[in-house]
Design a protein. Sequence first.
Length: 439
Amino acid sequence: MTTPEAAGADAVVVGAGVIGAAVAYELARTGRSVIVLDKAGGAGHGSTSASSAIIRFTYSTRDGVATSWESQHYWSHWAAYLRCSDRRPLARFHRTGAVALDAPFPPASAFVALFDEVGVPYERWDAATLRDRMPGIDPGRYWPPRPVHDDAFFAGPTGELGALFMPEAGFVDDPQLAAQNLADAAAGLGVRFLFHRRVVGVDRRADRVSGVRLSDGTLVTAPVVVNAAGPWSGALNRLAGVGAEFTVGVRPLREEVHQVAAPGGYGTDDTPGPVVADLDLGTYLRPATGGNLLIGGTDPECDPREWIDDPDTAKPYPTVRRFQAQVTRAARRFPGLTVPNRPTGIAGVYDVADDWTPIYDRTDLGGYYVAMGTSGNQFKNAPLAGRFLAALVDRVEAGHDHDRDPVRYTCEHTGNVIDLSAFSRRRPVDTDSPRSVMG
């Protein structure tokens, strides 16, 4: 697509990942003209492509649980949500269920109380049920997670674990395709996507945003700009001169997800096994095509985190150290799993808030909004993130003071009411959060 010398719209969204594409789709559904800018070559080519795309409901806050539970209903009826009328391929939600193994923090009782309040179905399993429902699992308690090269890692269990089972959970098979689906749906409503476009400036008039400038000199004018730039969101905020009022910090973090052959008995392509969240050992896994597993880490305190300054410098390939740590932990839980000698998988850069809860909010610069701190645990919430930003833009641009009187969103499918101050840039940092990808 040829870049015009100047372009304008009612709103500009910076970032065409699953969050940015969802925001663009929902803004267009409100009747706004929208332009989406991304420096990559297509929708979902950044952090979204490195997502494990797990759909689960274990969050540390009531609003986080309610958001994920409502979002599941959109994934379950994906074509209807997108209003698809053609035969383009769609990402598919696999309802496998998810097993969250017991751990001291956060305790299962905290999730159960929130599930009861929000209406999420669940089952409590003891160790015997866990063995019966998941052949090949070792239900031993090994808390706390330890480095795999520490002799203590191989110490025997101190007891046995139960689990929290979520039958409506699962995973989306192709996160990048999901972002493309949202982009196609948005384009069907007139949204323009401009790829290979780097934002180098944010224009403002007095105390309002007026557009963004691109590296080729193009000015894209708009009274509303939404920062959904993933790990580049902090840099975009600095260009806009916003962030000083934020009480929650956001910064880029390099993460890895590995792929190995599933152990015998775990499941098949036709009947995949459940997602497993194992905070006791510090890992998680989900089925993948071809009889494989995707394995990631839950960022236990014993593992150094790879914070980075510039997302463009992050190495895109998995490392031996991270591969051995995460896959060996999974093999401790599933003794039939083989740990290969060579790492296989992907690496990506996440946009991480201090408490791993995203920021969906306005800012002190009029017309400038953020959907940031979303990587790692917000893929599942993309439909609601789009709805939240559309609601905020509608209300705030009409004169509503969201800071003094927070917007409340009523869920279409579950009827739950979500207080959007839970995702405020000025909220207290959540001390009950596990401070990990598990949110």
